[in-house]
Ligand binder design. Structure first.
Ligand code: ADP
Length: 252
């Protein structure tokens, strides 16, 4: 009888803990989502108001402002995509569709998705890949999403002169995709924590780059689903390299 009560108490305790964790997660999500959405929205509002309030529109300035609005808009769409992905993951509703895909095509798609942001003075995004690469068995959309998140971070956490390289290589039955930046870098302690959901090294609400701390947790989820690994090489002020290592398609 005593054992049965103890087991029951343990089960109830587990249930309460799980419920508390879920409530905490929901609160974190609401707080982070609200804050992260505010930044691009207020930038867009400011840009539109400035344009509307100018007595005479100069075409070049109008174009520059529209370009900035388009960039903010893209940032907003990515944030929303990440929230939706995260919510699907949490509800076990994220399904992968695996097929053999060319690693080169994945690189090209990821680069094309972020290229506009790098078309600014002082920013460079370089693609490095050998002429032939083995295929990987992957969910192409998910893998491109993972690389876009890494490229977005490389952009966000680098100074005005952004030199980013997206590359792929093959060795010992695996294919590696790497994103290298010349940005602010990370300490070994931070490197261990950044894959936790909502974790951000700079936690000031006023941090300039926005984001909500979900991007890397999504990357990790996608890479694990591909039976892959993720590695980070980084040093404060000396940039970072994030590498995704996936098994090559064995029927290559
Ligand atoms: P977000 O960028 O939305 O804050 P992420 O999960 O993508 O969330 O990243 C978590 C944290 O890891 C970031 O807030 C940042 O502090 C750190 N980080 C991620 N990528 C880089 C990078 N390339 N260079 C330096 N710090 C980074």
């Amino acid at each position: 009888m005593r054992i049965r009560s103890a087991v029951l108490a343990l089960l109830v305790l587990r249930l309460v803990r799980r419920q508390m964790a879920l409530t905490q997660l929901r609160n974190d999500l609401v707080a982070n989502v609200t804050h992260a959405l505010k930044t691009p929205l207020s930038s867009m509002r400011l840009l539109v108001e400035t344009l509307l309030n100018s007595p005479k529109l100069n075409e070049q300035t109008a174009r520059e402002y529209l370009l900035l609005i388009a960039t903010e808009n893209l940032r907003l769409s990515r944030l929303i995509d990440n929230f939706l992905t995260f919510s699907r993951i949490e509800r076990n509703k994220y399904t992968f569709k695996f097929h053999p895909v060319s690693a080169g095509e994945i690189l090209v798609a990821a680069k094309a998705a972020v290229q506009d942001r790098f078309n600014l003075p002082g920013c460079r995004l370089e693609l490095q890949s050998p002429p032939t690469l083995p295929a990987v068995v992957a969910d192409a959309d998910a893998l491109v999403t993972a690389l876009i998140n890494l490229l977005d971070n490389a952009y966000k956490y680098s100074g005005d002169n952004k030199q980013v390289t997206l590359s792929a290589s093959a060795h010992n039955g695996s294919v590696s995709f790497a994103v290298k930046d010349n940005g602010i870098g990370l300490s070994p302690r931070e490197t261990k924590r950044i894959f936790k959901r909502f974790y951000q090294v700079d936690q000031r609400m006023s941090r300039p780059v926005g984001g909500c701390g979900l991007g890397l947790s999504i990357v990790k989820f996608i890479v694990s689903a591909h039976r892959g690994q993720i590695k980070v090489e980084s040093e404060p002020t000396r940039g970072s390299t994030f590498t995704l290592i996936l098994p090559a398609n064995s029927s290559n």
